[in-house]
Structures are given as C-alpha cells and as structure tokens.
Design a protein around this ligand. Structure first.
Ligand code: MV4
Length: 499
C-alpha cells in the first residue's frame, strides 16, 4: 500500500484546517490553495505549502478543477482531498484527477454519478429491497399518466428534480388541479438549474425526521456504518443543529436502518466516506432519500461517539488500505451535539451579516470542540458560505451534551457580526427539542424572531417589570393604574429615570 507523502486540500475554511490537522498527525505534507479573499486565511498559513489559484469568486478559484490539478501536478502531490461542497461531488473532476495520476480522496466517479442522480440511485438500490417513498422511479414523460399516478399515490405529492438534492428542485403539490402547471414549471426549472429536466413524483411525507447514516467503505469490498446523525433542525434545507445518536431510534431500528444504509453503499460498490439519508415518519417507518458521496459538514458528531477520525480513515482507504475496523468493533459511546455558527441575523430572516470579527473568543473546557476557520480581527468574506464555525459538545448522555452546548454557546464571545448562536440556544432549551419529538418542521412551527432577546427587548422587559413592581408596591389601590401607566409610559423615559 503506497502511503501518501503530500496531499493537496482543494477547499478552504474549517474543513481545510480539519484535513490539514489529520494529515499532519499522519506525517503527510499538505498543500493549500487560496483565492484573493483567502490570502491571509488560516488554512493558507497552516499548510506546509500554499498556492494562489485565482480571484475570490468560487468559479475563478475553488471550482477551477483544471487549475487545481495543474498545481497538484506541479507540486508533485500524491492525492487531493476535496472536502465538502465545491468539487467534492463532481464526477468529471474526480475522473480528471485520476487521469492525471493523482489519487482522489473519495469514492469512484461512477459512485458519484449514480448517487448524483436521484432516479439512478433508486434504480441501483432496487435489488436490495430498500424502502422507497411511494412514487415513480422513472422520469415523467407523459403528464396525463403522471396525473393518474399522483391520484393513486394520494396528495399531497412532491415533484423532485432527478439532478437536484438537498431540497433544491422540490415542489409540493396539494391538489390535482395544480399538478399540470407545477410539473411543467418543475421541468423547466430543473433544466435551467441542472441542465437535466428529468423530474419524478413521490408521496409527500409531511413533518418527517431527517436521519442520516455515516458509511465507510474500502477498496476491498468492506463496508460498515458508523451509526446515525439526527439532522431535523434545518432552516430552508440548511442544517443548523445535528446530533449523534438520534434520541428516538431503538437499537432494533438502528440496526435495520444501518443494514439498509450499507446495502445502499454496496449497490454502487462504494468506497470512502459517504452518508445515506433517510426520512422517518411518525410511525417510525423509514424511507431512503439520497446518498451524499462526500464527507459531510456534520461528521464530527459521529467522530465523537465512535472515537474515529474519519479523515484519517478516508486517507487510509484512498491509499488502498483495509478499513481499520469491522462493524463489530464499532459501538456508540456517549452523545454529541453540533451547532453551526453562521454569520447570519436570526432576527432579520437569517440574512447574511458580513463584517469583521471584532471579538472572537472560543468556548473551552471538557467536552467542547470548535472546528472553525477564523481568528479575532479577520473579515468574513462575502464570496463563500457564511458558516464561521461548528461548535461540538460531547457528554456521557444527551442531557449532558445539551447542557454543555448551552454553556459553551453562552461562553462563545463574538462581536462585530450577528450570529445564529442565540437561535441555537433557543432550540436547545425548547421542550420539543429536549423531548426528542421534533421533526423537520420545528423551525417553522416553534421559532419567531421576537423570541430572541435582542438588547432592546430585554432592556424593555426589565424596565417594564421594575415599573409595574414599583407601582404595585406604592399603593395596592392603584393596581389598575399601574398596568395603564405601564402600557403608556415610553420606555425611553424609564431608561433616563433608571440611569
Ligand atoms: C422528502 C420529504 C418528504 N416527502 N420527500 C429534503 C431534501 C432532500 N434531502 C429530500 N428532502 C425531503 N424529501 C418526500 N417524498 C422531506 C424532505 C426533507 C425536507 C423537506 C422539506 C423541508 C425540510 C426537509 C428536511 C429534510 C428532508
């Protein structure tokens, strides 16, 4: 087995640092690539070598596969790690890397292609008896026939683009009179968004949980699952809080879903790290959704409960090694929660809030892990995903992991930009979350921006309670007046009075 001496990380931010750190521990040299905006970025500094690859917009830098391969050849690297996003699920990039005599740290191009098409994925898994959502398994060609099928399936139904994923290219249709127009729109949108107008329909499972299984395979036919992650706390298909294991899976259901996930991977002769996504309905029936052929953002919660470094295992597999563990070697120990810290304003419809990290103090202490790509004083570039960090906590059980997360969020000191930390705290303290009952509709159902104590709101609340207390104290006969005065008096007057 040829050990890598040098690898190029074709990514940026926290995942680039994550890969560099594991490579260093393995004695492997690292090459970073950077754009104009990342000239002073931490990954550029931490790697052994760093090469400028282009202007800030992704398509001029991190998506420029030919430029990246040229750098890799010039610097004589053995392998390229794509991270997540960018070119990580681009089959033609992985093919070009291999053709250039460089190892792509990831699955085969054919596995990427099969799982990149929702219809091809359904086709591939058929022979393994994988539970699929009732629907069509071919692209819709005859709209009238599809309409009849939709009636058989039963409304509401979902129209999905075969080349879509992660919620892109999905449309809910509540009644048959809307079907024709929605299908035509979905096909033209799919064509312009993905260059492939293939769409299919499925029964819409309302308010499901989103459960995904981590998979690891080697190039010798060994495939295992490393248990599940619960990813139901999402906002517009953007995951915000993830945890491992799920609070609701019984050992029997976990085993059944895990076996299913391994079969999905086997269906495309998978090797490398991958994730099989399911939805779980209220009866705890589960259905295969899609497979992601990359290491995912939320992989750290799996690492914490299995004590396995998934990046090291990716490198081991890419070098041709056998998996370092069997299914029997794996077990769940403790519980982990991850919150994604986005530079977004949850009191203003989560709009990105770019700027400079005037203060940036990370939480610390037992069971706290911060995977980030920034230091105090750095600017959050507008060109890329607004995720600043992933905050992960680990505890001996779910309650401890949650309490630790609430403490860590409270300790995280960021000024200069607004973040989603307070929103995460709101979720973690909510009964629906603590109970484990929550599903993908949690944010829509239970969150309102006014629930977050913006400075003004807390101030007003404090002042109002002092006001009413003082008035009630002064003369019980004036109670009704207290509430009247409380309503009418301008808060600003009270501020003066209190200062
Ligand atoms: C579904 C579904 C319900 N019914 N398909 C979301 C993105 C991609 N992973 C597929 N997804 C879903 N497919 C059927 N037939 C629910 C989801 C889903 C979801 C849908 C809306 C809002 C948030 C969601 C989060 C996870 C999964």
């Amino acid at each position: 087995m040829k050990k890598f001496k040098k690898i190029l990380i074709a990514n940026r931010g926290e995942i680039a640092l994550r890969v560099i750190r594991s490579a260093k521990e393995l004695g492997i040299k690292t090459v970073a690539v950077f754009s104009d905006a990342d000239r002073l970025a931490l990954h550029t500094k931490m790697a052994d070598e760093a090469v400028y690859i282009g202007e800030s917009p992704s398509k001029a830098s991190y998506l420029d596969g030919n430029r990246i391969i040229k750098v890799a050849k010039d610097l004589n690297v053995d392998a390229i790690h794509p991270g997540y996003g960018f070119l990580s699920e681009n089959a033609s990039f992985s093919k070009s890397v291999t053709e250039a005599g460089i190892v792509f740290i990831g699955p085969s191009p054919s596995a990427i292609e099969i799982m990149g098409s929702k219809l091809a994925a359904k086709d591939a898994v058929k022979k393994y008896n994988i539970p699929l959502i009732p629907g069509t398994d071919k692209a819709i060609s005859d709209v009238d026939k599809a309409m009849e099928l939709a009636v058989e399936i039963g409304y509401p139904i979902l129209i999905k683009a075969s080349a879509g994923g992660g919620g892109k290219g999905m449309r809910i249709v509540e009644k048959s009179e809307d079907f024709k127009e929605q299908i035509e729109r979905a096909m033209s949108e799919a064509n312009s968004a993905f260059g492939d107008s293939s769409v299919f329909i499925e029964k819409y499972i309302t308010s499901p949980k989103h459960i995904e299984f981590q998979i690891m395979g080697d190039q010798h036919g060994n495939i295992v699952h490393l248990f599940e992650r619960e990813c139901s706390i999402q906002r517009r298909h953007q995951k915000v809080i993830e945890e491992a294991p799920s609070a609701v899976l019984s050992p029997e259901l976990r085993e059944k879903m895990g076996k299913c996930a391994v079969d999905v991977a086997r269906a495309c002769n998978y090797y490398g790290a991958g994730t099989v996504e399911f939805i779980l309905d209220q009866n705890h029936d589960f259905f295969f959704l899609e497979m992601n052929t990359r290491l995912q953002v939320e992989h750290p919660v799996t690492e914490m409960i299995t004590n396995i470094d998934l990046v090291k295992e990716q490198i081991n597999v890419a070098q041709g090694g056998n998996l370092s563990f069997t299914q029997e070697d794996l077990s769940i120990r403790g519980h982990a929660v991850e919150v994604r810290v986005y530079a977004e304003d949850p009191t203003n419809n989560f709009l990105p809030d770019i700027g400079q990290l005037a203060t940036y103090e990370r939480p610390q202490g037992i069971g706290v892990r911060v995977d980030d790509g920034f230091e105090e004083g750095m600017e959050i570039p507008i060109f890329y995903d607004p995720m600043i960090a992933k905050l992960i906590t680990y505890g001996h059980d779910r309650q401890e992991a949650i309490q630790r997360m609430i403490r860590a969020i409270d300790e995280y000191n960021i000024t200069g930009i607004k973040t989603t930390l307070e929103f995460c705290s709101f979720v973690l303290k909510h009964d629906e979350f603590v109970s484990g009952r929550f599903d993908t509709k949690f944010v829509e159902r239970f969150f309102k921006p006014e629930y977050l104590n913006s400075d003004e709101a807390t101030e007003e609340a404090k002042i109002a309670s002092i006001l009413v207390h003082q008035l009630l104290e002064s003369d019980s006969g004036q109670n009704s007046q207290a509430s009247e005065v409380g309503k009418t008096l301008k808060i600003s007057n009270w501020k003066k009075r209190l200062n």
